[in-house]
Design a binder for this molecule. Structure first.
Ligand code: ARG
Ligand code: ZN
Length: 475
C-alpha cells in the first residue's frame, strides 16, 4: 500500500538523486575535517553533532533541557517576533557554543542574564557567553529575534520549516526546518521539553505540541499556550497558524485530544478524524501505551507542501488525510517521536515502522493482508525505484523519504515477522517502543533486541534487507 505521499517523495528523490550523489564526496571530506577541527579545539562547542547527512545539524557541547518559545505572528505582513529561552547543560567546558538558526534577525542574546557575544555564520548562531561555562553547568540562553521566516529547502527538493499559507503558516520541521523559526539544537539526538506562547490576530488559531493550556484575547490578538512536557526532537515542534475549527475531548484512556481543522477541509476530514480514538486504541494494543498525554490532528490547507508530518502528540496534515495517513502519522508517535533517531541514516526505524503499521491496520480491518502488500511490492522488477538503494543506508539526505525507506523498510519488518513468527514479532515491536520510550534507538540496538526476543540469529536477514543493494532474493 504505497500511498501517494510516498510515491511523491519517491519521485522527488529520483529527480534529485544524481546531484545528491555528486554532493557526497565533499560532504564526507567535510565531516572528517569537522571531527578533527572545531570539536577538537576543546572549549568551543562543535557546529554539528556529527551527522554525516547534515553536517551542521545540531551542535556539540551542551544539551537543551527546555525551550520556552514566545512568538507573535502577523498573518498579513508575515512577520514573526520571537523570544526563545533555552535551559541547557554544558557537557564540556564552553567558551563558545552554536545554535542553529537560518535567516531572521537576532537583536539580543543573553546567557544567564548577561549580554553575550553573537555572530552569524550560515545556519550557525555563534554565542560567546561573557564568562566561560564549566562542564556540567546549567545555563540559560535568551535569544530575541524577528523577521520573515523562510522555509528551508531540503536535499530532496521539498520545503520544510515555517511555510506561509493563505491564512497563516504550516510549520513542519523534518528534517531541517526547525531552525527557520527558532534557535535550536537542531538534531533529534537532543530532545527537550517545550512551552509555547503564541500570539496571532484574533480569529486565527495557533496550534503547537502537547497539552492545550488555554487562550485569551486582548486588543484584537489571541494568545495560545501549549505545553509539551515529554522530551521532543526540534523537528517535531510546530506552531501552525490558520483559521481552524477546533474540537476537544478526552479519550477513555485519558488522552487529551485537540483537533484543529481548516473549515475548507472539514467535510473531507470528519470521517477520518472520527476514527482517531479507535486508531490510537488499536495502536496502543499493538505497540504499548500511547506515549504522550495529548493527541490530535492539525488539518491545514497547504497545497504546495506535499507531505504530512508526525509533529509530536498532534500530526500535521497538508490537507484532509486518508485513513492510512492517519494511521501512519500516529504510529510515528511511538516510532520516531517517543523512540527517536540518533542519526538520520536510521530513518527506516521511523518510516519503515509507520508504513508497516498501515499494512497491519489494513490486514486487521478487512483490507489486504501484509503478506499481500509485500507480494505486490516484491513483484516489482529489479530496475524499479523500490530497489534503488538499501533502506538501512540511504546514502544522503535526498534519499531519506524515498520509496525504499518506506516500502522496503516495511518489507524488512515483514520478513522479520515471517522469520520469528507473530508472537515474537509483536513482542519485538512492543519491546522496542517500551525499552526506548522518551529516548533514542539505533538499528544495531533494534537488531539486538529482535535477536534477544526471538532467540534467532537475524544478522543475515537484516544484512540482506537493510544493507544490500538491489532486489533481495527471498530465502
Ligand atoms: N515523516 C513524514 C512522513 O510521515 C515525511 C516528511 C517528509 N519531509 C520532507 N522534507 N520531504 O512520512
Ligand atoms: Zn512517515
Amino acid at each position: 500500500m504505497t500511498s501517494d505521499r510516498q510515491q511523491a517523495a519517491g519521485r522527488r528523490t529520483a529527480v534529485l538523486r544524481r546531484e545528491a550523489v555528486l554532493a557526497t564526496v565533499p560532504v564526507a571530506v567535510a565531516a572528517l575535517l569537522g571531527a578533527a577541527g572545531p570539536a577538537a579545539a576543546g572549549t568551543n562547542g562543535s557546529a554539528g553533532v556529527g551527522d554525516p547527512y547534515y553536517r551542521l545539524a545540531g551542535n556539540g557541547g551542551y544539551h537543551v533541557h527546555h525551550y520556552g518559545l514566545t512568538l507573535r505572528y502577523d498573518t498579513t505582513t508575515r512577520r514573526l517576533d520571537g523570544t526563545a529561552v533555552l535551559t541547557a547543560r554544558a557537557t564540556q567546558r564552553l567558551t563558545r557554543f552554536d545554535l542553529d538558526l537560518k535567516g531572521l534577525k537576532v537583536t539580543r542574546v543573553t546567557v544567564d542574564g548577561a549580554a553575550a557575544g553573537v555572530r552569524r555564520d550560515g545556519q550557525e548562531l555563534v554565542v560567546t557567553p561573557h564568562r566561560a561555562l564549566h562542564k556540567g553547568q546549567d545555563f540559560r540562553v535568551r535569544v530575541a529575534y524577528h523577521g520573515t521566516p523562510k522555509p528551508v529547502t531540503d536535499p530532496d527538493g521539498s520545503s520544510d520549516g515555517w511555510i506561509p499559507t493563505d491564512d497563516g503558516a504550516f510549520v513542519a520541521g523534518e528534517p531541517q526546518g526547525a531552525m527557520s523559526w527558532f534557535p535550536a539544537n537542531n538534531h533529534p539526538k537532543d530532545k527537550s521539553s517545550y512551552d509555547f506562547t503564541i500570539t496571532v490576530p484574533k480569529g486565527r488559531t495557533a496550534v503547537a505540541n502537547g497539552v492545550f493550556m488555554g487562550q485569551h484575547t486582548a486588543h484584537g490578538q489571541t494568545t495560545f499556550r501549549w505545553q509539551q512536557t515529554q522530551p521532543m526532537a526540534a523537528y517535531l515542534a510546530t506552531a501552525t497558524v490558520g483559521k481552524f475549527k477546533v474540537e476537544q475531548y478526552t479519550t477513555r484512556d485519558g488522552i487529551r485530544v485537540y483537533n484543529a481543522v481548516d473549515p475548507r477541509e472539514a467535510s473531507a476530514a470528519a470521517p477520518v478524524l472520527k476514527k482517531l480514538p479507535s486508531v490510537l486504541e488499536w495502536e496502543s494494543k499493538l505497540f504499548g501505551p500511547y506515549p504522550f498525554r495529548a493527541a490530535g490532528s492539525i488539518v491545514d490547507r497547504a497545497p504546495d507542501v506535499g507531505f504530512a508530518l508526525e509533529t509530536q502528540s498532534r500530526p500535521l496534515y497538508d490537507s484532509a488525510p486518508d485513513l492510512a495517513t492517519l494511521v501512519h502519522e500516529n504510529a510515528h508517535q511511538w516510532f520516531g517521536d517517543s523512540v527517536s533517531l540518533t542519526t538520520w541514516k536510521d530513518i527506516w526505524l521511523n518510516e519503515g515502522f509507520a508504513t508497516y503499521a498501515e499494512w497491519l491496520y489494513s490486514e486487521q480491518h478487512g483490507g489486504p493482508s501484509a503478506q499481500k502488500t509485500f507480494d505486490t511490492l516484491y513483484a516489482r522488477p529489479a530496475h524499479d525505484g523500490l530497489w534503488a538503494y538499501p533502506p538501512g543506508n540511504p546514502g544522503n539526505g535526498a534519499n531519506l523519504f524515498g520509496t525504499p525507506v518506506y516500502a522496503r523498510g516495511a518489507m524488512t519488518l515483514h520478513e522479520l515477522r515471517r522469520a520469528v513468527g507473530d508472537q515474537a514479532f509483536f513482542r519485538i515491536l512492543r519491546g522496542w517502543a517500551t525499552a526506548h520510550r522518551d529516548d533514542h534507538g539505533t538499528t544495531a540496538q533494534f537488531v539486538k533486541l529482535a535477536e534477544r526476543e526471538s532467540g534467532k540469529d537475524l544478522d543475515g536477514l537484516f544484512r540482506t534487507w537493510l544493507y544490500t543493494s538491489g532486489k533481495p532474493n527471498r530465502v
